[in-house]
Design a protein around this ligand. Structure first.
Ligand code: NAD
Length: 547
């Protein structure tokens, strides 16, 4: 079965239902999803629907759903349709949520085996994944911030060593080369390397560590931007680099370490099959994985001790390495406190949009419109002029950029106007990652090292979720375990649809103001002066507690 978003006139009863249908199928388009046959979109086993039957049932309901009804989805399964009201979300999604004492992979796996749950990751189960581009700009911003902080503004003449070329991790090589640097990416699956080469996220493949290091050294010396994929296991390759006394300028990782059973691959003998090992002895397999994560993480710390800038890239490697026996796993920071928090204080985060027409021209027109709307945002212009030329669209044409509080609403209303005037061929879907300023509690990632130590307070994403629902989002979602795995995060998503109508403008203005507004609020409340300033200067009402 090959999934593809339908194009042309809508067949559902409203554009929101039609958009949900197209985005769900787009998540599973073979150009977009990592393993569409298993309904896996990205991020280890982040799925769009619980089973093929559930997928078909959701699609059937979306087709018949009235404009004053709301479909409820529980861990990838349609479970009820309720009469609500026209401005309510048409879909409310809850994925992978467990009561804290039970919030472990073991309990999740038990329920998963019984067919009672699904892992939604972040945008997989909330139907707004747009392929690797979705993470590319965030990854580009992260490496740009690292370049500004440590290397005078550019990665030229530097080497970054990292692991994982999956759905998200596949953005790393291009993000590094866009910043002028050299990337050496270790990946265990040759097909993933092939896929990144095909989509031009990766420049070339090396067949051995010797060759990879030679190519990397040469490019680094000449100041050339180059990305190299090396087939291998990070738990073997990085310690080997340390043994050889090889130190990169930057070291990080995006293997799917958040999931020790189905994500991270341990060091295997030639005749060993991870699927069989998992099945025969899940506990023994997991112990091997944790041990190897510890070895991997130790190599990162050793590189840091020799001068590399090390940061965790949001996959929870440090926590599992610690469980695997490496006590100093938290010797290096996560990427949010290291590079991103300032942006969160401004409500800046990933803003993405998708052309339901399927026409790349619609996205190119929005690119031009965005540059006119934000004439002074140099980073945005560089991204839209140069960055986006480097990759192909996957599935429905889409775009991403980072925008802040009181910017996202302007962009949403602009797109709605363009649709209304007939400048675009079909409505635009607007959404974001759950990795955002106000939508997530994740103490080893987005909320690591908060100023007031409120890292684990999860009231904030719940407020974000509910506020987006009552503000008129097209669909909303609340998930557990995204990015860093079960027990480590709670987060919310929202999607809106610009179909050119007045109702859409009403919804867009509120959701796209309030959603990033909760990010500014959360950071102001945690004591970040920048966030308080943003609230003051851009008219966000903080109910007076900050005075
Ligand atoms: P993915 O499952 O699509 O890809 C992971 C890749 O790692 C796979 O290609 C796999 O073959 C490879 N891999 C696993 N073990 C390996 C090993 N020991 N050595 C070498 N390669 C190995 O996952 P993804 O979508 O790319 O996400 C990667 C990780 O990043 C996840 O843990 C995810 O939760 C996290 N993540 C980070 C961000 C962020 O912004 N930093 C956002 C989303 C997800």
């Amino acid at each position: 079965m090959t999934y593809k978003a339908p194009l042309g006139p809508r067949t559902a009863k409203g554009w929101i239902q039609e958009a949900a249908k197209r985005m769900l199928l787009n998540n599973l388009d073979p150009e977009v999803a990592e393993k569409p046959d298993e309904l896996v979109v990205y991020g280890g086993r982040g799925k769009a629907a619980r089973s093929p039957q559930d997928l078909q049932r959701i699609l059937a309901v979306l087709e018949r759903l009235e404009n004053d009804e709301t479909l409820l989805v529980q861990s990838g399964r349609a479970v009820g349709v309720f009469k609500t009201q026209p401005l309510a979300p048409r879909v409310i999604i809850a994925n992978s949520n467990l009561v804290p004492q039970w919030a472990t992979w073991e309990e999740f796996d038990r329920l998963d085996r019984l067919g009672l749950m699904m892992y939604g990751q972040m945008t997989a189960g909330s139907w707004i994944y747009i392929g690797t581009q979705g993470i590319l700009q965030g990854t580009y911003e992260t490496f740009a911030a690292a370049a500004r902080k440590h290397f005078g503004g550019s990665l030229k003449g530097t080497l970054t060593v990292t692991g994982g070329l999956g759905g998200m991790g596949g953005a790393q090589p291009l993000a590094v080369t866009l910043n002028g640097g050299v990337a050496l990416c270790v990946e265990i699956d040759p097909e993933r390397i092939g896929r990144r080469l095909e989509t031009r996220y990766l420049d070339l493949r090396a067949d051995s560590l010797d060759e990879a290091l030679r190519l990397a050294e040469e490019a680094r010396r000449k100041g050339q931007a180059l990305s190299i994929g090396l087939l291998g296991n990070t738990a073997e390759v990085l310690p080997e680099m340390v043994r050889r006394g090889f130190t990169p300028e930057l070291v990080t990782d995006q293997t799917s370490a958040h999931d020790p059973l189905y994500g991270y691959i341990p060091i295997l003998k030639a005749d060993e099959d991870p699927a069989l090992l998992r099945q025969r002895d899940p506990q023994g397999y997991k112990e091997r994985v944790l041990h190897d994560m510890a070895t991997h993480c130790r190599a990162i710390v050793e590189m840091q001790n020799k001068g590399a800038v090390a940061f965790d890239y949001g996959n929870n490697l440090r926590a599992f390495a610690k469980l695997g026996g490496f006590a100093e796993a938290f010797s290096y920071p996560g990427f949010v406190p290291a590079f991103i928090r300032d942006q969160f204080c401004e409500g800046r985060g990933p803003f993405r949009w998708v052309a339901l027409s399927g026409k790349p021209e619609d996205i190119y027109k929005t690119d031009q419109a965005m540059m006119k709307l934000f004439p002074d945002d140099e980073g945005l212009h560089r991204w839209l002029r140069e960055g986006v030329r480097k990759f192909k669209f996957q599935g429905l044409p889409a775009r991403i950029c980072w925008l802040g509080y009181r910017e996202r609403d302007q962009a949403g209303l602009l797109f709605n106007e363009m649709v209304r005037k007939g400048e675009l061929e079909a409505p635009i879907v607007i959404g974001r990652d759950h990795l955002d300023a106000g939508s997530v509690a994740s103490p080893y990632r987005e909320t690591e090292a908060m100023k007031d130590t409120s890292d684990a307070v999860a009231d904030w994403p719940i407020l974000n979720f509910a506020l987006n629902a009552v503000s008129g989002a097209a669909w909303v979602s609340f998930h557990h375990g995204g990015g860093v795995g079960m027990g480590y995060s709670l987060h919310a998503g929202q999607v809106t649809v610009a179909d050119g109508s007045e109702e859409a403008a009403y919804r867009l203005e509120r959701v796209l103001t309030n959603d990033p507004g909760t990010g500014v609020m959360r950071h102001a409340h945690a004591g970040y002066e920048e966030a308080k300033e943003v609230a003051k200067n851009r008219g966000l009402d903080l109910a007076g507690w900050e005075k």
